[in-house]
Each structure stands twice: as C-alpha cells, then as structure tokens.
Ligand binder design. Structure first.
Ligand code: TGC
Ligand code: FAD
Length: 407
C-alpha cells in the first residue's frame, strides 16, 4: 500500500491527499453561465471530491466497479439530467448536462461512462422512443439509481459499422425471440436492463429493452483492460431470449435511432474529456511550481511554461466550443457533424494534455500518486468509443464534401 493512503474509509482505500481542484476560466466563461449552472457544477465538484477522487486510484488499481456509486449518482441527479422531471429526470438544459459530465470525468472517465451511458444511451432512447408504460416503468428507477442500464450496439464483427449487425429477433405469438451477441458494453455485468439494437426479419433495426433474469440472457465480464478500470465492461449474449412484445421501443426504427442516442452521449463526452484535461493541467501546474531541479522550480523553465501555456490555450478553446455547442443543443440546432467535431477535437486535446502532463511529472507521472497516467489510459478508450477519432473525421469529411467515405 502506498504511504499516501489510509485503509478502510468509504468503499475502498482512501487517499490521504486532499483534492483542492479548481477549474481554469481564462476567458471568463463563468460570466456566460447562469447561477443555476454554477450551483450544479459546484455541487457536482464537491460530490466528486468527496465520493470519487479519494478512492478512484484504489478502484482502478483493483479494477473494481463501486456499485454503491450508482445510487449516489442517482441521489445527485447525475442520471438523465435533461430527462423531464415527471419521469424522475432533472429537467435541466444541455449546458447543465455538459457541466455534470465535465465534473464527473474530472474525477475519472470510467465514472463518467457509468453516468453518460445511463442518461444518454438508456434513459434517452426510452424517453424519446418508448411507450408511456415503458417510460413510467423504467425511467424513475434509472434516474434514482435503483436500476443500472446499458446500451448494446457494438458486436464482435461490427464496431464502426453497426449497420452490419447480426443480432436479430423473430416475431412469435406473444413475444420476440432474440439471438446474437454484443461486445464492449459499458455497465453490462451489473446492469438490470439493456437497451439492445437488433434486426427484425426484414432486416430493420429496432430497440428492445432486455431485463436481467430473462432466460437465455447473460452478461459475461470483460477482464484485463488497461483503461477505464473502474468501469465494468462486458458482453451481452442472447440465446433464444423471449422478450415480451411490450419491451420493443415503438417510437423509431432504423440505424438513425441508436445514432440519435450517440449524438447525445458524444456531446457529453466533449465536455467530459475537458474535465479530465483540466485535472491533468491542474496537477501539472502544481507539480511544476513545487518540483525543484537545478535549484529552481521546473515551472521557471521555458520548455515547461510552453507545455503549460499550450494546455491552457487548448482547454480554453475547448471550453468555448462546448459552450457554443451546448447553446445549439438547447435550441435543438446542433447537427451530428457539429457534435462529432467537438467529441473528436476535445478527446484528442485531452489525450495530448494528459501526455504532456505526464512528461511534466517526470517519473512520478507514471504512479498512482498523481491522476495523470490513469486519465491518459482512460482517454485511450474515450478516443475509440462512441465513434473512433477517424470515424468522426469521416463524418466531418462527409459534411464538407457530401461524399460518405465510410465504405
Ligand atoms: P448512414 O447511412 O449515415 O445513416 C443510416 C441512417 O441513420 C440516419 N442518421 C441519423 N439519424 C438521426 N441522427 C443521426 N445522428 C443520424 N446519423 C445518421 C441516416 O439518415 C440514415 O437514415 P435512413 O432513413 O436513410 O436509413 O449510416 P452508415 O451505416 O453509413 O454509418 C455512418 C457512421 C459510420 C457514421 C455510423 O455508423 C457511426 O457513427 N459509426 C460509429 C459507431 C459508434 O459510434 N458506435 C458507438 C457504440 S456505443 C458506445 O461506444 C458507447 S461507449 C459508452 C461509454 O462508456 O461512455
Ligand atoms: P473497428 O470498427 O474494428 O475499428 C478498428 C480501426 O479501424 C479504428 O481505428 C477505426 O477508426 C478504423 N476504421 C474502421 N472503419 C473505418 C473506415 N471506414 N475508414 C477508416 N478507418 C476505419 N459499444 C456499445 O455499443 N456500448 C457500449 O456501452 C460500449 N462501451 C465501450 C466501452 C469500452 C471500454 C470500449 C473500448 C468500447 C465500448 N464500446 C461500446 C464499443 C465502441 O463503440 C467500439 O469499440 C468502437 O465503435 C469501435 O469499434 P471496434 O472496436 O470494433 O473497432
């Protein structure tokens, strides 16, 4: 055990370091936020300081998913902040949602995955495409954290190209018969419900709500990840699962339905990734001011200042991008390509910042004493899921030229 840890507190080994994080705001973006936005951010930041940052190093080292965080997120309103209040959601705007994702991912990208899958990929499709009965049955329990959900789109042979999926269902007398498998599914091993995308006998994609306990439905865990270690990931296996007919999402079919969910989740990631970047920058600045080499703080060297100045610049640019995108989301004017630009830019920016911050910390940067290496490894997943870095480039290429270059 590290000398900087204390045994036994909370749901893991508690770090003795006090988290004093403050976010940069060089361009006075706070002046553009409402009092409600600032209150929500502040409450979420306090929550992360109390419930996540003291334990996250231990959880990640042990590849442990703290199931009790699900209820706590529910109590904090982190699940489905934009879902209407009558279904248990927060009824908040998209800038509030972005700020919540930023603060959670400042703590850890895996924790943000738990929250954004639940809100954007499980509650969102039920709210958008679900029947009134489905909304009433599932949304309040997902909002409160009584239920954990997951989203099954990716398959072993169909990742970037989900339209090729082979998971399928047949209409029987009083149920649908579901067969197939999904892979790389966040939350799967602990999920109570799964929103699953599968083809009907005509090859049309539909969403189905599959519930834990249905015969033939299993969720084996994926082990050995070097990234998102505090998030649980698994497969969804369907072996002649009888799904009641009332569990089909009636509101929309076709690939456009899951892609709409991805728009919402990718938007949250654009904000979240900058949270991770802020944490790396904050730690790097602090370390550079304190670390003495050649009888001077390393912050006094021009090469270190260059790294810090460039991090600060890129964080500021990304904050402005997020705010404008959030305004367009609130007006329902943000396009898929605009969201792709922000997801792609901000995750790559965060990964670059994590790598530069790692350099500033020298050898200490590879240890769990500082959050850097954990963020860096997490971001290697974030740059791949919800559409890879290159798929988002092709979405932008399509926007610019009108020519899809995917196949
Ligand atoms: P394409 O022909 O472009 O579109 C198929 C149909 O969908 C419509 N559409 C949309 N509708 C609504 N909203 C959108 N954003 C839409 N984008 C497209 C489109 O109009 C068309 O409709 P129709 O009526 O003509 O059929 O589709 P394509 O097969 O060429 O694929 C395009 C591509 C490659 C961009 C898309 O497949 C894609 O985005 N691939 C990446 C896959 C991906 O992002 N997977 C993510 C899985 S979930 C995940 O990673 C969760 S991680 C969670 C965490 O832990 O945080
Ligand atoms: P592939 O699609 O095989 O891509 C491999 C490489 O080929 C990439 O570099 C890609 O950019 C490139 N490539 C592919 N097609 C093209 C092309 N046309 N042109 C140029 N380059 C191309 N999915 C879910 O459904 N739900 C989840 O909850 C979920 N959670 C995840 C959690 C983690 C930790 C991870 C790692 C993944 C998760 N995913 C989830 C899956 C994720 O969305 C996929 O990994 C991602 O979409 C990429 O698919 P793939 O891994 O099959 O890579």
């Amino acid at each position: 055990m590290s000398p900087n840890t204390l045994q036994g507190a909370g749901s893991g080994v508690k770090s003795s370091r006090t988290d004093l994080f403050e976010s940069p705001d060089f361009y006075r973006i706070d002046d553009l936020l409402t009092e409600e936005h600032k209150l929500i951010r502040s409450a979420m930041r306090d929550f992360v300081k109390q419930e996540i940052t003291p334990y996250i190093e231990d959880w990640c080292q042990r590849a442990y998913f703290p199931t009790d965080i699900v209820k706590k997120f529910g109590e904090m309103g982190a699940f489905g902040p934009t879902i209407p209040q009558n279904y248990g959601g927060g009824g908040l705007d998209y800038i509030s949602y972005g700020l919540i994702m930023q603060e959670i991912e400042r703590g850890d990208s895996g924790m943000r995955s738990t929250a954004s899958v639940q809100g954007s990929l499980v509650m969102y499709p039920i709210n958008q495409f679900g029947s009134e009965e489905q909304k009433q049955k599932f949304l309040p329990k997902l909002a409160s954290g009584e239920y954990l959900g997951c989203f099954g789109l990716t398959e072993p042979d169909h990742g970037s190209n989900p339209s090729g999926m082979v998971t399928n269902f047949k209409e029987m007398d009083d149920h649908y018969l579901l067969n197939g498998a999904k892979m790389w599914i966040s939350n799967a091993p602990e999920a109570d419900v799964a929103v699953v995308w599968a083809k009907n006998e005509e090859g049309r994609i539909h969403g189905l709500i599959v519930e834990r306990g249905m015969e033939g439905f299993t969720t084996p865990e994926t082990h050995g990840k070097w990234s998102l270690r505090a998030s649980c990931t698994g497969e969804l296996v369907f072996d002649h699962v009888k799904v009641p007919k009332e569990n089909l999402l009636p509101g929309k079919s076709g690939l456009g339905a899951p892609l709409m969910c991805l728009d919402s989740a990718r938007y949250g990631i654009a904000w979240g990734a900058i949270g991770a970047a802020m944490d790396c920058y904050y730690s790097a600045r602090q370390y550079a001011m304190e670390r003495i080499q050649f009888d001077r703080p390393i912050a006094s060297f021009q090469l270190i200042q260059k790294k810090l100045a460039e991090m600060y610049t890129e964080i500021t640019k990304a904050q402005l991008l997020n705010l404008r995108l959030g305004q367009m989301m609130n007006e329902h004017k943000a396009s898929t390509a605009q969201i792709s630009l922000a997801k792609r830019n901000n995750v790559a920016t965060a990964l670059d910042i994590a790598r530069e911050a790692r350099q500033i910390h020298g050898g200490m940067g590879i240890t769990g004493e500082y959050p850097i290496m954990r963020h860096m490894m997490n971001l290697e997943s974030v740059i791949t899921y919800e559409g890879t870095h290159d798929i988002h480039l092709l979405i932008l290429g399509n926007e610019i030229t009108g020519i899809p270059a995917f196949n």
